[in-house]
Design a protein around this ligand. Structure first.
Ligand SMILES: Cc1cc2nc3c(=O)[nH]c(=O)nc-3n(C[C@H](O)[C@H](O)[C@H](O)COP(=O)(O)OP(=O)(O)OC[C@H]3O[C@@H](n4cnc5c(N)ncnc54)[C@H](O)[C@@H]3O)c2cc1C
Length: 435
């Protein structure tokens, strides 16, 4: 089934807000789909898909579902970005949508940590940066009236630590180079003012009364005329359609009747790779690195990215964070909390020799977030090999009867908000058009 052409036909420009940008967006989406595909970590291998992203189309915010379709009741499993965009567009089209979310919060892997930091500082545990060519993401941000600002620090020098050797880079040379091969330059990455959770929260504000939290779905059974869903509370919900947006590593917590396709079971059993990721955040009482003309940002050959997300947040002090992926994250997760801090700070100390003088309370000021240890994620983001992609990409979100699927794992932008949005929109079109 060609979801892309379905999407194009079913969408009609209703809201003129983005009319002037529409042609440009269409071009951008099509050209993005033909690029080699790399997840948000960037250091994974280039996937180079031959499969079109499932939602690549002219679908944009303000470009709502149209057409006189029968009104359906839909249960959406999860309240991450793919679920929210689907539920948002389906609600606008008049369908009755109910979200069952396992966590106490929405947003999934878009999760700004507003606590436990002091001084109003915050940092991202998940999605953090938006490249300028992710037009669909930027389009929804604009749709909700949210503002963006540079992601990378625009003042101060950056460092790279390789073989225990510290190399310093001027701000302009660093910003005018890409974070990994094939990416746009760092100067073209932005973040949402006030934190990345502002995007899911904007969706949630319009859907608030439709989202039920702490309702982990355990059982989905299709009948000839509908679907029954049972959550961890024991409650049974019935609907015409179900949209499942659960990440593959935790999809086997749900018992589907009839059983999922062989391809989906293969993916659930580890046949579709994910990359783990863990971040350690330390809050300092002063931005002492500025005395050395550093901005708190750099990389090490551990490998790790080091960010100072507070570089343009007001008030004194700041947070520095280590962003670990893959094997480095797994090795880190195996350490005790104390060993984790020692491990990271030992590397940082080469660039920031005085760091111990500025940690107020080591018990309170070191925060770790591991996506592998998250019960409702199981890992950070999908990163299938080329052969897994060729075999399973078009299968992992393929509809099965009355049950539809979405999530970044089934997109041409694995590991990006853009991928989650695309698949959510694609599923919304599929459900809207179903009889
Ligand atoms: C460390 C990290 C860094 C990232 N960096 C970037 C970045 O810089 N830029 C970018 O654009 N993207 C980035 N991403 C990717 C982006 O966050 C994801 O692609 C996107 O948020 C995925 O959305 P989703 O809807 O597919 O899945 P999710 O956000 O995972 O949503 C799935 C939802 O389902 C819920 N759920 C799970 N099981 C059940 C169940 N049984 N019952 C009910 N609910 C359930 C979960 O709680 C969750 O809310 C990053 C992700 C991570 C983890």
């Amino acid at each position: 089934m060609n979801k892309n052409s379905d999407s194009v036909q079913s969408m009609n420009l209703k809201n003129s807000l983005f009319f002037s940008r529409r042609k440009f967006l269409h071009k951008a989406l099509i050209s993005a789909s033909s690029l080699a595909l790399v997840g948000c970590g960037g250091n994974g291998s280039s996937i180079g898909s031959t499969v079109m992203p499932s939602g690549s189309s002219t679908v944009t915010a303000g470009n709502h579902l149209t057409g006189t379709q029968s009104i359906k009741s839909i249960i959406i499993i999860g309240a991450g970005i793919s679920a929210l965009v689907a539920g948002y567009e389906l609600s606008i089209a008049g369908h009755q949508v109910t979200f069952l979310e396992a966590r106490q919060r929405g947003g999934g892997r878009v999760n700004t940590l507003y606590s436990p930091f002091n001084n109003g500082h915050f940092a991202e545990s998940g999605a953090s940066r938006i490249p300028s060519n992710h037009e669909l993401t930027l389009n929804y941000i604009e749709h909700f009236g949210l503002a963006v600002e540079p992601f990378y620090a625009t003042t101060g020098n950056y460092f790279e630590l390789a073989n225990n050797q510290l190399n310093i880079f001027s701000n302009s040379s660093y910003l005018n180079s890409p974070p990994w091969s094939g990416s746009v330059n760092r100067s073209e990455y932005s973040k949402i003012v006030g934190g990345m959770s502002s995007l899911p929260n904007a969706f949630i504000d319009t859907l608030r009364d439709k989202i039920l939290y702490e309702q982990a779905v355990e059982f989905v059974e299709q009948r000839s005329d509908g679907v029954d869903v049972i959550s961890s509370s024991g409650q049974t919900y019935s609907a015409d359609r179900v949209l499942c947006t659960v990440p593959i590593p935790v999809r086997d917590k749900i018992n589907f009747v009839p059983q999922l396709s062989t391809a989906k079971l293969q993916a659930n059993d580890g046949g579709f790779h994910y990359t783990d990721s863990t971040r350690l955040f330390t809050q300092f009482s002063e931005r002492f690195w500025q005395a050395d003309n550093l901005n708190g940002w750099g990389t090490t050959d551990h490998p790790e990215e080091i960010w100072q997300p507070t570089w343009n947040q007001n008030s004194s002090g700041g947070i520095i964070q280590s962003y670990l992926r893959g094997n480095a994250a797994q090795r880190f997760d195996a350490l005790t909390p104390l060993q984790q801090v020692i491990d990271v700070h030992n590397r940082w100390r080469i660039a920031f020799p005085n760091l111990d003088d500025y940690i107020l309370d080591p018990q309170m000021n070191n925060v770790t977030f591991s996506w592998a240890n998250e019960l409702w994620s199981g890992s950070a983001y999908s990163s299938p090999t080329s052969s897994q992609q060729n075999a399973l990409l078009s299968e992992v979100n393929r509809r099965e009867g009355r049950v539809h699927f979405a999530g970044e794992h089934g997109s041409g932008f694995p590991g990006w908000i853009q991928g989650a949005l695309e698949t959510g929109l694609s599923a919304a079109v599929e459900i809207h058009q179903s009889s």
